[in-house]
Design a protein. Structure first.
Length: 305
């Protein structure tokens, strides 16, 4: 069995390297990071995300082929904080010190971020509750955070291919210029909703809310990954009525029945936003992720069906 697995790993790794020997092989832990690496690296990178766009943080299944590609990759790019509790198992299976935390080929993009909720108790677990114990990890949902994220990617890729730094920097500048123009338009689209009080199913949206002027007053989950009780739902809907909350933000992976109940009982509208690139067919890249969410949010806040 072990020999068979080794053969699979070796074959997959060989195919990854043979496809384009002059290209930098990069593995990311999310589709959002994959999109940013692809935008900066363009034709100089081959990049794969270990996790799909929509997933339970504790239920990511990694294939032997993905393990092989990580083993032969030049760089691992990750969200960091406690967002990838499954990554410890992957590192153990690959057993490569290059990708150990702080290793030479490990890029933790959270290090350049102004992290929200960092005052939370620092408790984490490989298989326990997804507690956001080192701060809220959903920082990619503020488009302005693309600046420090892509700068770290430029620097990491340039260390691997020093002669390509100017190319990577030009690609980054092109992406950021487009995002700046888009952000101005998105802010105008959501300006009428500035200050709106919302409730989110999961604690995914504080960075997005801060950028676009929303106020997340509560989450349906009493703690990240913890299902709500009947008592907590009753208390929540009562508080929502008192506070005048008009919108509930769900995600494709949310419990639709619970989200619908909260919206119906509180009199709020329900909107489903997409947390990651690829989570909706229209969210094909990083700017597209915000395009979809801003459009959906603007319609919901305006009362459109």
């Amino acid at each position: 069995m072990l020999r068979a697995l080794a053969l699979v790993l070796a074959t997959a790794a060989s195919a990854w390297g043979a496809a384009a020997p002059d290209v930098i092989a990069v593995v990311t832990t999310s589709t959002d990071l994959k999109a940013l690496v692809a935008a900066v690296g363009a034709g100089r990178v081959a990049v794969e995300s270990l996790a799909p766009p929509l997933h339970d943080p504790h239920a990511v299944e990694i294939t032997p082929g993905q393990l092989a590609r990580l083993r032969s990759a030049a760089l691992l790019v990750r969200i960091g904080l406690d967002h990838e509790p499954w990554l410890g198992r992957v590192r153990a299976a690959v057993n490569d010190p290059r990708f150990a935390p702080g290793g030479p080929n490990d890029l933790d993009l959270s290090r350049g971020i102004d992290v929200l909720q960092s005052e939370s108790p620092r408790v984490r677990s490989e298989r326990g509750v997804h507690v956001h114990g080192f701060g809220n990890p959903h920082y990619w949902l503020d488009p302005m955070n693309a600046r420090p994220m892509t700068q770290a990617i430029v620097d990491a890729l340039a260390r691997l291919a020093p002669g390509e730094r100017e190319t990577f920097a030009r690609n980054q500048a092109r992406l950021l210029a487009g995002l700046d123009a888009d952000l101005a338009r998105w802010i105008v689209a959501l300006a009428p909703a500035r200050g709106a009080r919302v409730v989110a199913y999961h604690d995914t949206w504080p960075y997005f809310a801060r950028r676009f002027g929303l106020v997340v007053v509560a989450t349906i989950e009493p703690a990240p990954g913890v299902p709500p009780s009947a008592a907590s739902l009753a208390e929540l809907t009562a508080r929502m009525k008192e506070a005048g909350v008009k919108l509930v933000i769900a995600e494709p992976s949310s419990n639709a029945s619970i989200a619908g109940q909260v919206a119906a009982r509180s009199g709020a509208r329900l909107v489903t936003l997409v947390p990651s690139v690829g989570g909706d067919p229209e969210a094909r890249d990083y700017p597209g992720l915000f395009e979809v969410n801003v459009r959906r949010l603007a319609r919901a806040l305006a009362g459109a069906p």
